[in-house]
Design a protein around this ligand. Structure first.
Ligand code: NI
Ligand code: MN
Length: 231
């Protein structure tokens, strides 16, 4: 059993978990200047949404409508989706977990903001802690500052993989992401949310080296549309 994660540029990911296709924060070509795939190229059974900003939801309604995927998001985004004709959605809120066919998903805290592109209130931003059916634990931090709440994830056993923003300016930068990786007790890190725009240009390879040197945690810097597999 495997969990395969593919980076589409910025903070857009797709996951293949033993045949279940999960897309995280759909922001695709041409909206996403880093992406090579469009909303028509991706399959999805489930879509996870961390928060309401355009660089996470620009392709959400189109992808949900085309694929019929179940969208998992906070209550406010769930409500907004209903107003945009997407009824197949599942509302959650922080600290709550629910078992989906691919695994158990818990919504975690994120320190950020979350207005939707049309100005609607997006509720509070979050991240996701996913315990896949094959036993792998993956933490998608979402857009967030470094927060002591991350220590709670480490205290309950840590994660096999943490997907952490490193772009700085709007989220944690590399220095704080190194602490985040340690606090959640990650075995491996994939960096996200960097280099898409001039505000968030960072040296991901230097981050990976420094993370390994300072904490012993491995980090894989993916190229756009490259994949990482937990086996
Ligand atoms: Ni954001
Ligand atoms: Mn963002």
């Amino acid at each position: 059993m495997t969990v395969k994660l593919t980076w589409h540029g910025h903070a857009a990911w797709s996951i293949d978990a033993d045949g279940a296709k999960i897309v995280v924060d759909p922001f695709l070509k041409p909206n996403n200047p880093s992406a090579q795939v469009t909303v028509d190229d991706l399959g999805a059974d489930f879509i996870l949404v961390t928060h309401g900003h355009g660089d996470h939801v620009s392709d959400l309604v189109a992808l949900a409508k085309r694929t019929g995927a179940l969208v998992i998001a906070n209550f406010e985004i769930y409500t907004w989706l209903g107003n945009h004709g997407v009824e197949h959605a599942h509302p959650m809120n922080h600290g709550g977990a629910f078992s989906f066919p691919f695994g158990r998903v818990k919504m975690t805290n994120a320190i950020h903001s979350s207005m939707l592109p049309d100005g609607s209130y997006g509720g509070n931003p979050g991240g996701f802690l996913i315990q896949f059916n094959d036993g792998h634990d993956v933490y998608f931090a979402g857009d967030t500052a470094l927060t002591y709440d991350m220590k709670l994830i480490g205290e309950v056993g840590g994660v096999d993989l943490a997907v952490l923003p490193i772009g700085d300016n709007f989220t944690m930068g590399p220095e704080d992401a190194i602490l985040a990786a340690q606090w959640v007790k990650a075995k491996h890190v994939l960096p996200t949310h960097y280099n898409t725009f001039p505000y968030i240009v960072v040296d991901a390879a230097a981050f990976a080296k420094r993370l390994q040197r300072e904490s012993g945690i491995d980090c894989t810097v993916l190229a756009v549309d490259e994949s990482f597999t937990l086996a």
